[in-house]
Design a protein around this ligand. Structure first.
Ligand code: AMP
Length: 384
């Protein structure tokens, strides 16, 4: 369908492909702005479906259902980037899809994504495609063995990744790809990981949130704080990289750029996500506009909101592991004894290890105090 720049005003209907927590918080933001929300989810009673006007439960491969879903809404957006391209194309036949299928196509595959970034002059670590044992041997020969071998598609939270080092068994590493296409990336000796969540509107207008600094545990985001503890010129450079990337991809909507800060204060782009991001959850309680409201504004063609941070802020993820450690229901009242702490739960019935169930956030006079509050609050969830 030909795209139109006419705004979709409150009262219109937003369609979200994907039913997870990002879709849930997006749906809540859209409803708060006065939109109707339809969610397309492969599973019933999804976190997003629970708070939507309509939940369509069907497979992404059921293109007739996808077209029917898209026909009933004014614009389709995503909360999950691994929606098959055929699905976004089917939706695009009958509705505006933002960001469009090309953005999805580039960001669904690490090889395409890194090649796009490199070809447009953005800093990425050297990489090679690995489709055979010979490819891996050649990659190690050219780039060295200090590397991360990842599957090119459908990877997140460190799934499908292996760190290579001198002495690594390359055959075993190749077998670990289980026949999937791989990417060999030179290891980045980074000092910290940061992310920039940014939005671009229908007329190319741009707004980035302050830079977030991220700490991971077992490959999963653990704690985020803002502003990142980096020099102001580096933060400006990170925002400017994000601006260039959203322009180059012609994004209408929101996109997250994950970056490494190297030991020499250089920025290297690691990954793009064409959607809101776990690291941006603190915007709900700490910024004038949340990342979710910003996505709604961008895809509906409304003016973008202020991304200003009201106070230093922090967010701690609550994984299913907390239920396991608490031996059942976490001690919510004990955690919320700190009146400044905000609890967000995603409505997931089953708590499994590594599963993102919710998060805590707090603002304070300093980043250190905000981080201490969310960490202490989370510790109280499991303490008897
Ligand atoms: P990803 O799935 O690409 O976001 O990677 C998950 C995590 O693995 C990152 O957050 C980093 O901590 C680590 N990692 C990924 N790629 C590299 C790399 N090329 N060099 C060093 N660490 C990496």
């Amino acid at each position: 369908m030909a795209d139109s720049h006419d705004p979709i005003l409150p009262g219109g209907t937003l369609g979200i492909l994907g039913g997870g927590q990002l879709g849930r918080m997006l749906a809540l933001a859209a409803r708060s702005l006065g939109y109707r929300v339809h969610v397309y989810s492969p599973e019933a009673d999804s976190p997003a479906g629970q708070v939507a006007d309509v939940e369509v439960v069907a497979s992404y491969d059921d293109l007739d259902r996808v077209r029917g879903f898209a026909r009933a809404v004014d614009v389709v957006t995503f909360e999950f980037e691994n929606v098959p391209s055929a699905t976004s194309h089917a939706a695009a036949e009958v509705a505006r899809v933002r960001p469009d299928g090309d953005v999805l196509h580039v960001t669904q595959n690490r090889l395409r994504e890194k090649a796009f970034l490199r070809d447009h002059g953005f800093p990425v670590t050297p990489f090679r495609r690995v489709a055979s044992r010979a490819d891996l041997a050649a990659a190690v020969n050219e780039l060295g063995v200090a590397a991360v071998l990842k599957t090119a598609a459908f990877g997140y939270d460190g799934k499908g990744q292996q760190i290579l080092a001198p002495g690594s068994d390359l055959d075993a590493a190749f077998d670990g790809l289980h026949g999937a296409e791989g990417i060999h990336e030179s290891f980045v000796d980074f000092e910290k990981e940061i992310s920039v969540v940014a939005a671009r509107g229908v007329h190319g207008e741009f707004a980035a949130f302050p830079v977030f600094e991220n700490a991971h545990a077992h490959h999963i985001l653990d704690v985020t704080f803002a502003p990142a503890a980096i020099p102001a010129d580096l933060a400006a450079e990170a925002a400017s990289l994000a601006h260039g990337i959203l322009d180059a991809l012609d994004v209408v909507g929101l996109l997250t750029v994950e970056m490494f800060v190297t030991r020499y204060d250089r920025l290297v782009v690691n990954e793009l996500a064409p959607r809101t991001h776990n690291s941006g959850h603190l915007t709900l309680d700490a910024c004038v506009t949340s990342q979710f409201e910003q996505q709604v504004r961008a895809v509906c063609g409304l003016p973008l909101g202020s991304t200003a941070l009201r106070q230093p802020a922090a967010m701690a993820n609550i994984l299913g592991d907390v239920w396991i450690a608490a031996g059942g229901t976490p001690h919510w009242t004990q955690a919320l004894a700190d009146p400044g702490l905000k609890l967000h739960l995603y409505g997931k019935a089953e708590a499994r290890a590594g599963r993102k169930m919710g998060h805590l956030s707090a603002t304070d006079r300093t980043v250190e105090e905000a981080v201490a509050r969310v960490r202490q609050g989370r510790a109280r969830l499991v303490r008897h």
